[in-house]
Ligand binder design. Structure first.
Ligand SMILES: [Zn+2]
Length: 118
């Protein structure tokens, strides 16, 4: 992998997904992402690029089957967007309520540790 032509194929593919996604054409994203994934495997593209194609396939299937909400849920409590605002990490999501709960727990623990043993 790594030829100039391969790099152009990869960046052109990602541009097609982005353009179709911005236009709300998720069937187009799915078609392009599947074709790209097959092409990426054929040129032995980097794992990261293949994973990006898989993520585009997964996201577009979610949008086609569940509407425009890709169906993300909080990895801690299971709440759905848009009921709760979600922050994303690598393969995980957390909602604003869980962030607040965890922050309060950490703050209480931190203040007990600073006070020292009674
Ligand atoms: Zn949560």
């Amino acid at each position: 992998m790594g030829s100039k032509l391969d790099e152009q194929l990869i960046s052109a593919s990602k541009a097609v997904w982005a353009e179709k996604s911005a236009a709300g054409d998720f069937q187009g994203v799915l078609d392009a992402a599947i074709a790209s994934y097959i092409a990426f495997r054929a040129i032995d593209a980097a794992e990261e690029d293949r994973t990006t194609a898989l993520a585009a396939i997964y996201d577009s299937i979610g949008r086609l089957t569940r509407g425009n909400d890709p169906g993300y849920t909080c990895s801690f409590c299971g709440e759905h967007r848009p009921k709760e605002q979600l922050a994303a990490g690598p393969n995980v999501f957390i909602c604003s309520q869980c962030v607040a709960g965890i922050a309060a727990t950490f703050a209480a623990r931190s203040s007990r540790e600073h006070d020292g043993p009674q």
